[in-house]
Design a protein around this ligand. Structure first.
Ligand SMILES: Nc1ncnc2c1ncn2[C@@H]1O[C@H](COP(=O)(O)OP(=O)(O)OP(=O)(O)O)[C@@H](O)[C@H]1O
Ligand SMILES: Cc1ncc(CO)c(N)n1
Length: 273
């Protein structure tokens, strides 16, 4: 008799972007495109489009607990990620649940500010993310402003990015990607990767001259989460994530009037599995 095996399942713990480009919607599009079943713990709702964030609201911690309990009681989650975490009670609720349930490797995308400049994490929650969430992280994926804020290191050079990565390993995150997408004057988009075994490498892609970069960070971390759910090694998952986001930015789609969303069909249409 053939043994039935569970289809790979991943979990996105994030906020909703009504405009569809970032947050939980980017995670769902990415995880689904990578042939992994996506489940969700919704922690906040934003009224948002490609132009900006018009309003936002965190959900009650008890509702966060209830969603984790429902998922843990039934599903077989092999990898999870966090995105927007809004405020201190939300971060603490997520930390509490991540300690309670085994949901596979945890990728923390320490989301702070939307592309249009709106805050997605209160100031007092930054230290809670650093001190309580990051020690649980299998992988942390800050962009440059997030890495600066969390580490206190001013990042201007490649060496600064490496120093920041060392800082995150020092506070307990096992693997680190420092994303260089914000170094807009550079001709390439280079990210520094530091792995749990101490090895490191740079990932470089041609910089696409576009404003259609809404949800790039969410997409990278969601793709890595999907690959980890399928059992990929951390290094392979990260390389696939970079290739996926590179294609999704390069073959842009025209949606909205501001920082438009990515093309989640591009990676597969380029012939990738
Ligand atoms: N214009 C671009 N061209 C090519 N790659 C890019 C570009 N902008 C960002 N990237 C890549 O996209 C990935 C996400 O990096 P980025 O620094 O933009 O994340 P982020 O600021 O967290 O994104 P967001 O907050 O919109 O989700 C990285 O691999 C980065 O190198
Ligand atoms: C809800 C949400 N999460 C994350 C981001 C960051 O891309 C965003 N703009 N909105």
């Amino acid at each position: 008799m053939t043994e039935l095996t569970q289809f790979p399942q991943a979990l996105s713990i994030a906020g909703s972007d009504s405009g569809g480009g970032a947050g939980m919607q980017a995670d769902l599009n990415t995880i689904t495109a990578r042939h992994v079943f996506a489940t969700t713990v919704l922690v906040a709702i934003t009224a948002q489009n490609t132009i900006g964030v018009q309003d936002s609201m965190a959900l009650p911690p008890a509702m966060i607990d209830a969603q984790f309990a429902s998922i843990a009681a039934d599903l077989d989650i092999r990898a999870c990620k966090t995105g927007m975490l809004a405020d201190v009670p939300t971060v603490r609720a997520v930390v509490r649940n991540l300690k309670q349930y085994d949901l596979g490797p945890l990728t923390v995308d320490p989301v702070m500010i939307a592309k249009g400049g709106a805050s997605l994490l209160t100031e007092d929650a930054v230290a809670v993310v650093r001190d309580e969430l990051l020690p649980l992280a299998t992988l942390v994926t800050p962009n440059l402003p997030e890495a600066e804020k969390l580490s206190g290191i001013t990042i201007k050079t490649a060496q600064d990015m490496q120093d920041a990565a060392d800082y995150f390993r020092g506070i307990g995150a096992q693997n680190v990607i420092i994303k260089g997408g914000h170094l807009t004057e550079e001709p390439v988009a280079s990210d520094f990767v530091l792995l749990a075994d101490g090895s490191s490498f740079w990932m470089t892609a041609p910089r696409v001259n576009t404003v259609r970069t809404h949800g790039t960070g969410d997409t990278l971390s969601a793709c890595i989460t999907a690959e980890l759910a399928k059992g990929a090694t951390m290094a392979d998952a990260i390389r696939t994530g970079k290739a996926y986001v590179e294609a999704a930015i390069r073959d842009g789609i025209i949606v909205g009037h501001g920082h438009g969303p990515l093309n989640h069909w591009a990676y597969a249409e380029a012939g990738n599995d």
